[in-house]
Ligand binder design. Sequence first.
Ligand SMILES: Cc1cc2nc3c(=O)[nH]c(=O)nc-3n(C[C@H](O)[C@H](O)[C@H](O)COP(=O)(O)OP(=O)(O)OC[C@H]3O[C@@H](n4cnc5c(N)ncnc54)[C@H](O)[C@@H]3O)c2cc1C
Length: 835
Amino acid sequence: MKTTARVVVIGGGVVGVSTLYHLAKLGWSDCVLIERKELTSGSTWHAAGLLPLFNLSYSVGKLHQYSVDLYPSLEAETELNVGFSNVSNIRLATTRDRMDEYKYYAGVAKTIGVEVNFLTPDEVKAIWPLAEMQNVLGAIQHPADGYIQPADLTQALAKGARQRGATIYRNTTVTDITQKANGEWVVTTDQGEITCEHVVSATGSFARQTGAMVGLDIPVVPVEHQYIVTEQHPAIMERRKQGLPEMGVLRESDASWYMREEAGGLLLGPYEIGAPACYVKGPAANSEYELFPDALERLEPYILSAIERVPAFGEVGVKKVYNGAIAYTPDGSPIVGPAWDKKNFWLNEGHSFGITAAGGAGWQLAQWIVEGEPSIDMMGVDPRRFGDYAGEGYLIEKNEEAYAKVFTVHYPDEEREAARPLRRTPCYDRMKALGAVFGSVFGWERPNWFAPEGYELTDADLDRPDVILNHNHPDVPGEPIREKWSFRRSNYFEHVGNECRHVTQHVGIQDMSAFAKCMISGPGAEDWLNGLLSNVVPKKTGRVTLSYLLTDIGGVRAEFTVYKKGPQQYYLVSAGALERHDQDYLLKALPTDGSVRFERLTTAMGVLVVAGPKSRDVLQKLTHADLSNGAFPWLTGQSVSLGTAKVDLLRVNFIGELGFEIHHPIEMQNYIFDKIMAAGAEFQIKPFGIRAMTAMAIEKSYKLIPRELSIEYAALESGLDRFVSFKKPAFKGREGLLARKEAGLKWQFVTLEVFGVTDADARGSEAIFRDGELVGRATSGGYGWRCGKSLALAMVGPEHAAVGTELEIVILGEPHRAVVIPDSPFDPDNNALRS
Ligand SMILES: Cc1cc2nc3c(=O)[nH]c(=O)nc-3n(C[C@H](O)[C@H](O)[C@H](O)COP(=O)(O)OP(=O)(O)OC[C@H]3O[C@@H](n4cnc5c(N)ncnc54)[C@H](O)[C@@H]3O)c2cc1C
């Protein structure tokens, strides 16, 4: 056995082998894969092999697309047949919301470059004559996809890796992993030790056990998944005799199952409600090619629905049931990228569609390791999108939920219920009493919007379709139902509008305590931050700037508000959802000489936002500090007392009004909250939520990660010119950004006014055309209540970005005229912010 390697990949399922293959393809042949049993003996061998391209996430969609392009090409390279059946994939729709989902998805597919066709029921019937078409409104079809033989695919990837010099050790178990003081890793196996630069964990159902070896609580717990294979059916055998094409993969989305032909019979795989988490403590040491006992009783409603749709399924006996472990994460997407807190430890775990994703995930992870950066925005699969809160109990509830919701309509405003409410700020109950309808981010409860007193939807309002998956609203026992999710303007639309109007006319209060916060301090802090971030770090105490962490080639990785709180003290604030991600980059970049200190403050500090023309009047009643514009201008901060509470007041906000963020010790939150509400009563203070904030931010053309800001777009393409200081001699990404500028920018951020909208605003991901040619994609969208316009933020080719350019945006299948307008349609001169 080798004793050294550049990379050790742990796990010989399709995902680990694909990672090895791609490392070798990038020229790193000195890589080793270790598998405790035989290749594919974990989850890979029993997978149904389907390769669904369908995915509403831009990043996961691109990974899937790469796989489907790669797999058929492997035979020419390795002379091994991967059993790719390009039979296409048809997804049925029986409800209007499902059709909306498909129409929305068509925009994502268009911008990724995935071909998708819309089919009528007659067209589906022509391809799938064994299916009845009752209740079918239509369908989408991916002509490029189909299914594959997972074991053959893995062997082909293994051969391709070996041909390029990589080594695979089977029947070898990793028992320990340690990092030496010089950063090298030592991987201990039952056959010896290997010292290496990088470790990749691709261990499927064993993820948590592998993580435990290095002290990582990896948010993966598998769930049981079953599929049924029937005996041969005469009608299918007859089709084969006649040389007719295979009928392809059929997905009854609204009843949560897939079906395809298998050896002259049928294969049915439901995603049922009630499937239990499994292997919570990991599989047994001797686990290999393991299946669980059948649990067909759970599948009964799904089987009945399948028989209704395809009567032939009920006409033949069951040949075999496969019940295996399928790895899950709380949101159902895999975990691909660097581990937090550990340098050069990488994760390719949590794959529930691992056969489909393996190609793309291996490709991007290998690029990340070898070149230091992936080429696709991987935020949707980044391992750091979950935090410390995601422990075993949380994972069991959330992962079971994610499994049960594989086929639910993925409404853009959906707020899933499991494992909530978990992280509550002190003012949670007060906000709730004021009518808050909560959403969840990074485990925190945050008011999305506020319902009027006594407001409740009835069954008639909910208009739930009569299908197995009819979940279109939050369902919490004992709680009134106050919102219905939709791709269109829903019941809360007008209430959000009222919040926006109220804030802009009077004053509002918002809880933003979920913000990620940390203190960077020490004698080296200023220089270190200046070398890391794009903007100049504030020189004077009390100044606030917005600054970005760029990639080496000038893409945007993270955004920070930087407040100089005192000499050598910088308080950094970033998005709550990105806490672990953003802070991990800071921590890994810290100098080792002790000159810079990092202190995590997220749970120590709360944030209340008071904004609107009367915000100064409200707060002035509570402090002796002079809050006048001259004494306390925009983009400054001060430590002041509000009543008896000592807080830091920052004159910034994300809605474009006069406003203050109040950063305070979390235990003082309710004291401060009550003071503000009492002082604000005479000014009609009211709470507002995230949805109003988002609508108002769009009116200011404010940009967000990972929408208009991403590693794929250069900071200057995203319009961050004001926040990038080329006067500084050096900062991360400076040279790469300049080189991109020199070579010519490919995209430009624009604000669009969208015309002819009646009930569906842009949401982001819509395709944008000019004279019939695809020229860009929307990144955000919504209705601007203060300017009275339907708006979209978008990235388009620079030649299409001039103000006044006439474009077309397709929203839920409907083309709309869209015109490039100047940024910040509300208050372009920032008069309100500066007032
Ligand atoms: C019934 C069923 C049907 C499915 N159908 C599909 C489908 O149609 N399409 C699709 O895309 N996906 C499907 N899946 C999901 C798919 O099987 C998985 O996503 C995929 O196999 C995951 O591959 P992996 O390499 O991550 O994990 P695995 O295949 O489980 O590989 C992990 C490997 O790591 C090894 N390992 C763990 N710990 C160690 C250690 N300490 N030392 C050495 N080796 C170690 C294990 O032995 C194992 O071989 C299905 C799953 C199930 C259960």
